[in-house]
Write a protein that binds this ligand. Sequence first.
Ligand code: DGL
Length: 270
Amino acid sequence: MIQVHKKTQAIGVFDSGIGGLTVANAIIKHLPNEEIIYFGDTAHLPYGDKSADAIRYYSLKIVKFLLEKQCKMIVIACNSAASAAYKVLLDFFQDQTIFVNVVDPLVEAVVQANHKKVGIIATKATTHSGVYPYKLLEAQASLEVQSLATPLLVPMIEEGYFNDNISHAIIEKYLSNPILANIDALILACTHYPLIRKNIETFFKKNVKIYDSNEVTARKVREKLTESNLLNDQGKSNHQFFISDYTKSFEETTRIFYKEKINLEYCPIW
Ligand code: DGL
């Protein structure tokens, strides 16, 4: 049984760092009356290279922090965390809040479109978890699914390399991998990747349908809040953005992901 009942309570959103700001941004645009409490675990990023056990441990602690802030819903805005920790978070906390992860809305959207061959690009943690192929095939057994770990993309994006020679070369190297030949859809299974969506569309000359988490997750948040009668349609937003380690570089990179300046608060939960 869900313990929170007030529409005015915030939505918690967390990620390994600042990539999840792409999802937070989409939620804020879609639901402007909601208040967001964002937590970026910059002390431990990247999650993509960590073990599933480590990611589960970090995620449990972050969710406890967001529950102390009375979040009525928690969005796992990181594919690596959603892949490794979603089940354990449900086991521990599903009676205290509503969870939305970035994986399920993407899987639903892809399956609805009835594709033939789908590629997935993601961090090593998400790829090795096998969560996407498992869920996609469970919903559409006829689908051919190929996963490719693309670990250079996160640091590349965080360093601001997109739409230039460096990003073109790296993206081309990954996407020319023969396992992705003849795909008709590609899932960007990392919350950093919406920033290189245009590069990827250009690579495929728009012949491949590209899916990212932003819109589908924001829509899922609305759907779940509406069905629980917790949608805040009159509130004034006063978002808070916490990070577990602070550097000037995080502050600067934030703009790439969020599009406008935000105030990052250092919050050492470790
Ligand atoms: N944004 C994270 C994801 O969606 C990846 C970043 C990281 O490796 O920490 O998986």
